[in-house]
Design a protein around this ligand. Structure first.
Ligand code: NI
Length: 276
């Protein structure tokens, strides 16, 4: 299937629709995995991240980046993106944030990143991986019966490591290809959305209109927030494994790519700043 560059294309419900956008900030296309990988490894060299490879899917690596602060009391946070291939503003926004994050902020936390989990989907601009699996389901299969993916199996094999790296908080950068409005999912140990939930929601709302109150994919959304909804996602799995708070941000895939990239970068920076 030819890649569709229209911003108003309607995504197929089975995830087969391919999306790609010009990515002028990085001088390439949104699905350029070789360029993304080059820039990621350059980032490691210049900003003190240590790259490792957790495993391979479709012969491509799943990178984990870690950076340890010299401050022994620094909090330990994890940021992940690129679970769904038609949501490329997440990985590029995370990369942009890590490249431009204030050096004092960067040094104030222990920061780990899974910058691009679903490389085969990203390269194709398609939601699912090369086997048609959903890489953000199957982590807690007793909740919804969803099967795990090849990428999910690799992440779950590293459960102790990832749970430790996301101990004080985890942020997952997603997009919703079908919408023109923003919203977020949040998991916190409290009855009402806390300060970081509201901060991430407000950050997203600085770029896009918020989704109206109602239901999204079976979840109740209120004030742009789906709060403490149990599912078999990676972020719910980390929360179940002891992470203090986990989030999934959703930028609207029907809006301009550069705005979505900058919104993701802004939310990453807000997440880091909260833990600094
Ligand atoms: Ni997604």
């Amino acid at each position: 299937m030819a890649l569709n560059t229209a911003e108003h294309a309607v995504p197929a419900p089975d995830g087969s629709h391919a999306f790609t956008w010009p990515n002028p900030l990085f001088g390439t296309q949104s699905n350029d995995w070789p360029a993304f990988q080059r820039r990621l490894l350059a980032l490691c060299a210049t900003r003190g991240f240590v790259p490792e490879i957790l495993g391979y899917t479709d012969d491509q690596p799943i990178y984990l980046l870690t950076r340890t602060s010299s401050n022994e009391k620094a909090r330990q946070i994890l940021i992940a993106s690129g679970f769904h291939g038609e949501e490329p503003a997440g990985p590029w926004g995370l990369l942009h944030a890590l490249e431009t994050l204030d050096a004092t902020l960067l040094e104030a936390v222990n920061l780990a990143a899974l910058p691009l989990v679903n490389v085969s989907g990203f390269s194709q601009g398609r939601r699912l991986n090369h086997k048609g699996e959903n890489p953000n389901r199957g982590f807690l299969p007793f909740l919804d019966g969803a099967p795990a993916s090849e990428e999910g199996d690799i992440l779950m094999r590293h459960h102790a490591l990832l749970a430790r790296l996301g101990r004080d908080g985890a942020l997952c950068c997603h997009e919703d290809a079908a919408r023109r409005q923003a919203y977020i999912y949040a998991n916190e140990h409290c009855e009402l959305p806390g300060a970081l939930t509201r901060s991430l929601r407000d950050c997203n709302a600085g770029f896009f209109p918020l989704h109206a109150d109602g239901v999204i994919d079976g979840c109740t959304v209120s004030d742009g927030i789906v709060f403490n909804h149990p599912d078999s996602s990676f972020e719910a799995w980390l929360f179940a494994h002891g992470s203090d708070r986990t989030y999934c941000t959703e930028t609207p895939g029907q809006c301009a790519f550069e705005d979505r990239l900058l919104a993701n970068a802004a939310m990453v920076k807000a997440f880091v700043a909260f833990h600094a």
